[in-house]
Write a protein that binds this ligand. Sequence first.
Ligand code: CO
Length: 134
Amino acid sequence: MIGRLNHVAIAVKDIDAAAATYQNSLGASISEKVEQSEHGVSTIFIELPNTKIELLEPLGEDSPINKFLERNPDGGIHHICYEVDDILKARDQLLKEGARVLGSGEPKIGAHGKPVLFLHPKDFCGTLTELEEA
Ligand code: CO
């Protein structure tokens, strides 16, 4: 079921400063900043040869990453995202195995315009895990 690593997401308080660090210190090319209001975050993607880094900054007072940044004021790895061929098939199989799917259980359209789901960190080695349909 599991496919390529699509991205690693890093939550930060100041996304412009974080993007500048990747651009200036590491020589990375960075995308435009996009406000994902339905997800409560702004994103900038850093394209690497084999995957992407997704920088996340809170958008709005009830952003789902506010609590994470309270616990990790310097920022930190927030989730990892794996590709799957068929997200509904993957979800149904995971539910059968007893895994918990966050939210309504229905895929939402993610930052790349493709359906995504999030899986409970307690079921996946303490790591919030996103699935994205390839
Ligand atoms: Co993500």
